[in-house]
Design a binder for this molecule. Structure first.
Ligand code: MF3
Ligand code: CO
Length: 263
């Protein structure tokens, strides 16, 4: 297991150039998927689109075949988590319907460097309460990104997420965390979405983090489905998930997985 103390790799200029390319691929493909998502489309069709995009661009999926600590290899290139599903939903024949809360999580590598990003969107129209869940989660990521500058410490990131989410009356999922990213999709450190500020290593230019708040409308507890991948809320409440891959620079954080129009 990774821990807060393990060393965080500083990326070289060459690493960063490759990670910028990887991030743009992720961002562009997620925008294509956002445009395709509508009532009546099966979640596997979104995965199939993502597979074709990967093929066309000559890049590699970070997710397909991924299998940490004894889990069955992940069978798709995309995670599609609907409603009470929080993360790692496996695409299948299920069709999206009006009012669904859809989370898409996607990662690829280019020349061995990974990019990882996720967002949640409504399918058709949703209630104001559900829109608020999605908006709070998006804003909690943006507030966390503001902390990704030299001088701040690692735990300032999770603290920013927790403060926003709980202020707005929602819960932060504890069982999954953000992570360092580079030549591996998951590198040290783990980045919880909660906790006190001012702890852990100081952030330095060249560090790259995938920050990914997972938020529920009910309690924070998680249940796993029999497929061993899909994480759902224990109380059946709705969930949202946003993620970006972010470079620490001397100045502003650089969101590698953002292009115009992105979350
Ligand atoms: N963003 C997710 C994560 O960092 C994506 C992993 S999906 C998997 O855990 F299939 F690769 F596991
Ligand atoms: Co991730």
């Amino acid at each position: 297991m990774m821990s807060l103390g393990e060393s965080i790799r500083i990326k070289t200029r060459r690493d960063i150039e490759a990670m910028r390319v990887a991030g743009v691929h992720v961002a562009e493909i997620l925008l294509e998927l956002r445009d395709l998502a509508r009532p009546g489309i099966a979640t596997i069709e979104l995965d199939e689109h993502a597979r074709r995009a990967i093929e066309k661009r000559g890049i590699q999926s970070s997710f397909l075949g991924y299998g940490p600590h004894g889990l069955p290899p992940y069978p798709a290139v995309l995670c599609v988590s609907v409603n009470e599903e929080i993360v790692h939903g496996i695409p299948g024949r299920r069709e999206l319907k009006e009012g669904d809360v859809l989370s898409l999580d996607f990662g690829i590598s280019w020349e061995g460097y990974h990019g990882d990003s996720a967002f949640t969107m409504p399918v058709g129209s949703i209630s104001a309460d559900v829109a608020k869940l999605i908006e709070t989660t998006r804003q909690s990521l943006d507030l966390a990104i503001e902390k990704v500058v030299p001088g701040h410490r690692l735990s300032d990131i999770g603290h920013a997420v927790q403060e926003k989410v709980e202020h707005d009356g929602f819960s932060v999922v504890r069982q999954f965390v953000g992570h360092g990213i580079g030549r591996m999709m998951h590198e040290p450190p783990q980045i919880p979405n909660y906790g006190p500020p001012g702890r852990g290593p100081r952030l330095k230019p060249g560090m790259v983090f995938a920050i990914e708040p997972m938020v529920t409308a009910g309690g924070p507890d998680v249940r796993m489905l029999d497929d061993e991948w899909t994480a759902v809320t224990a109380d059946g409440s709705l969930a949202a998930h946003f993620e970006h891959t972010i470079l620490v620079t001397e100045e502003q954080p650089l969101v590698l997985t953002r292009v115009p129009g992105s979350h």
